[in-house]
Design a protein around this ligand. Structure first.
Ligand code: C2E
Ligand code: CA
Ligand code: CA
Length: 277
């Protein structure tokens, strides 16, 4: 988009050490407020299968280099996690996501942000979220969704369930990201106070032609509903999959079929069009 390139590493562990050190320095520079090196948020719509309208959006961070290149999170999130820079980066993402949400007012229901294991383990994480919300009198905190991945549970020594309960007491909602890809998904459902299940795209892509995937999706939809949770199917790329999910009763979907993640200005245009339809 906009003539910029997007590079994606398929295996983040292969990012060379040199690149990691460079990434760390760049994240530091960006967080220090260098206007030539920024960490903008891109937004991908979450669409209701009932109304066909945009219900919310997932905020996905990018890095914009002085050369105007747009880098995917694979180039810098891991380095940020390893150095602890993910903590101020996470606060930047949360504040920026809320700024955009306030700008979009009634046109966007909610925005979700990703929370990495290291962030959740940080003792200051819950107080940080609390202080951001305290600065927004009259703001409905349930319009913020925090997406947690299962690795957060495995990698962490803190009591994740306790931490999520504290976050929920602030009124924000919790989503279980990449659901189904880890080793203890059912344990997650049993023990964590989550509101939304985000079904991983490996179960979603090609589901219209794969009866096993379809059966798994139906079972997860039923499970989530029984537990009072909502479901979002990720990675919907084909019209046939969108239709199969709609028929199966999956309330919301996200994926390239509807839209790739967009820079805020382009998402704004899409939002206006969707709102005026
Ligand atoms: P994720 O949370 O699972 O985000 C979804 C990823 O899938 C995004 O990649 C998105 O562009 C991509 N995607 C969306 N729809 C489709 C589709 O239909 N097909 C396919 N093949 N892919 C699709 P992205 O933006 O490169 O983000 C990669 C990961 O980086 C995210 O995975 C998330 O774990 C992490 N990330 C992104 N932003 C943040 C952030 O602000 N903080 C933290 N801690 N992690 C972030
Ligand atoms: Ca996510
Ligand atoms: Ca995901």
């Amino acid at each position: 988009a906009g003539g910029n390139r997007v590079q994606v590493f398929t295996d983040e562990l292969r990012v060379p050490v040199q690149e990691k050190i460079a990434a760390e320095a760049r994240v530091r520079r960006a967080l220090a407020g260098d206007p030539r090196l920024t960490l903008p948020l891109w937004f991908q719509p979450v669409v209701s299968t009932v109304t066909g309208r945009i219900a919310g959006a997932e905020a996905l961070v990018r890095m914009r280099t002085p050369e105007g290149e747009i880098l995917s999170p694979f180039h810098f999130i891991l380095a940020a996690e390893e150095t602890g820079l993910i903590v101020p980066l996470g606060e930047h993402v949360l504040r920026s996501a809320i700024d955009h949400l306030l700008h979009w007012q009634d046109r966007l229901g909610y925005v979700s942000v990703n929370v990495s294991p290291r962030q959740l383990a940080e003792p200051d994480f819950v107080p940080m979220v609390a202080s951001v919300l305290a600065g927004l009198p009259g703001f409905d905190p349930s319009r913020i969704v925090l997406e947690i991945t299962e690795t957060a549970l495995l990698a962490s020594t803190v009591d994740v369930s306790e931490r999520l309960t504290a976050l929920k007491q602030l009124g924000v909602r919790i989503a279980l990201d990449d659901f189904g890809t880890g080793y203890s998904s059912l344990t997650w459902l049993k023990s964590l106070p989550a509101d939304i299940v985000k079904l991983d795209r490996s179960f979603v892509a090609g589901l219209a032609e794969d009866q096993r995937k379809a059966s798994i999706i139906q079972a997860v939809l039923w499970l989530a509903r029984s537990l009072g949770m909502s479901t979002i199917a990720e990675g919907v790329e084909e019209a046939a999959d969108w239709e199969a999910l709609r028929v199966a009763g999956c309330p919301a979907v996200q994926g390239y079929f509807f839209s790739k993640p967009l820079p805020a200005a382009e998402f704004d245009v899409m939002l206006r069009e969707s709102f005026e339809r």
